[in-house]
Design a protein around this ligand. Structure first.
Ligand SMILES: [Zn+2]
Length: 159
């Protein structure tokens, strides 16, 4: 799963009819830690279920704090950097740093099962004077998108 900004109960409701459930989630890859991308309501579920939680290496301390600081939660955090990683067998993620706020965000190039997709969200950078960059639609392609050789199939809402 990419990001977990909605709580596990809401996620369970949205998964109904897809043939999967929250109990099937074995890994979560976080683009960044804004509350609409990481909801601390997941912390207990992550710890109980042993869900591997992938987060950029610069944000793991903050993620541990957001998760309540419990050792059972912190031990599941898997830091990623510029090197590809494999959250589940047969699927390889390459993180791509994107502009967002002072911490940035990450999109992913995802390769697996004979296909490649890109995932990006919150593509416009916030400025110190505005929470929403109204110039985003005109500026984001040249500044933020660095995913190449894949069809954009998932672009999250937000900035
Ligand atoms: Zn954000």
């Amino acid at each position: 799963m990419i990001d977990c900004g909605i709580g596990p109960r809401t996620a369970a409701g949205r998964m109904k009819g897809l043939g999967i459930g929250v109990g099937d989630v074995s890994a979560i890859c976080l683009t960044h830690l804004d509350s609409d991308h990481f909801n601390p309501a997941w912390a207990r579920r992550i710890a109980q279920q042993g869900i591997a939680l992938f987060c950029h290496q610069d944000r793991t301390d903050e993620l541990s704090r957001l998760g309540g600081g419990a050792a059972e939660f912190a031990r599941l955090i898997r830091p990623f950097n510029a090197h590809p990683f494999s959250p589940v067998e047969g699927v390889h993620f390459t993180a791509i740093r994107l502009d967002h706020d002072e911490h940035g965000s990450h999109g992913f190039r995802i390769d697996g099962f004979g296909a490649r997709i890109g995932y990006a969200t919150d593509l416009a950078a916030q400025t110190a004077n505005s929470s929403v960059n109204s110039a985003a639609p005109a500026s984001w392609p040249s500044k933020a998108i660095t995913i190449r050789k894949c069809k954009p199939t998932a672009i999250g809402p937000g900035f």
